[in-house]
Ligand binder design. Structure first.
Ligand SMILES: [Zn+2]
Length: 272
């Protein structure tokens, strides 16, 4: 069953909670935060961004009115973004350090035989292990303390680093961090011993006698552009993924989380 605009409108007007978003982006500078939406207008989809809201209530009101197919949140700007002005003309004030990991990027190591473009418990384990590696590396090698993991709504995870220092990182710093976590050529790059140990602990479980060569295909495959681009929009925590109907959900323990654990908009509305 298709996720219609009526379904989305009912969800956003009666059941949407802004709490997960506020938990992640906070209230400070809320009015300077950029938002973007995929709108359904006269049966056509249109993308709009450079939008800001004075208060979370204004955002909720907007969501219930337009019932977007997808909702996104971006960086903080001065002055607050407005549709008539491109964000590149505004002063960029910061944004969290974010990572995007999608099972689609692991199609060559899926072994369940069901092909691509699906999620099953066996394939999902690949994403679960890779995101655990990302989080442990951020904590242990970089010392970040405020890390939030989200189910992206379809086949992957997003990680948000909320530490204040990370919000100020420029693109060069972000690129260095994402390249460290997802080395393009880990055989040649000299890697710290603790990094190799962590990789063996997490990915080595797949093999009887694991070698580093065995685990290479399971290392994090991150969409680097998402991390590097400081103006990038991310799916809004608590919003509906318009294609799947699942809610973009904060995940406490990725090792215990399966995609079906994320609430579905139809369950919430009692439509199934
Ligand atoms: Zn599978």
């Amino acid at each position: 069953m298709k996720i219609t605009q009526e379904i989305l409108r009912e969800f956003y007007s009666k059941h949407f909670s802004v709490a997960p978003l506020i938990k992640i982006i906070g209230l400070k500078n809320f009015e300077r935060r950029e938002f973007g939406f995929e709108l359904i207008m006269d049966d056509e989809e249109r993308f709009t961004r450079n939008i800001s809201f004075k208060t979370p209530s204004n955002l909720v009101e907007y969501l219930s009115t337009v019932a977007p197919k997808s909702a996104y949140v971006g960086a903080i700007y001065d002055p607050p973004p407005q549709p008539s002005v491109s964000i590149i003309k505004l002063r960029w004030l910061g944004r969290e350090l974010v990572f995007d990991l999608d099972l689609t990027d692991y199609d060559d190591v899926r072994t369940c035989g069901k092909g691509k473009e699906h999620v099953c418990p066996r394939c999902w384990r690949i994403a679960q292990d890779a995101i655990l590696f990302v989080i442990e590396t951020l904590e242990e090698d970089f010392g970040f303390e405020k890390i939030v993991c989200l189910f992206s709504g379809r086949r992957g995870f997003h990680v948000w680093v909320l530490d204040n220092i990370a919000k100020e990182f420029d693109e060069i710093t972000r690129e260095a961090i994402v390249s460290y976590i997802a080395p393009e050529d880990p055989v040649r790059t000299p890697l710290p011993l603790r990094w190799k140990k962590r990789a063996m602990k997490i990915f080595g479980k797949r093999f009887v006698n694991p070698t580093f060569q065995h685990i290479l295909p399971y290392l994090p495959r991150l969409d680097k552009r998402v991390t590097i681009d400081i103006n990038r929009l991310m799916r809004m925590p608590g919003s509906v993924h318009g294609a799947t109907g699942r809610i973009v959900t904060i995940v406490k323990d990725p090792q215990e989380f399966y995609v079906d654990d994320a609430p579905h908009v139809k369950e919430i509305l009692g439509l199934d």
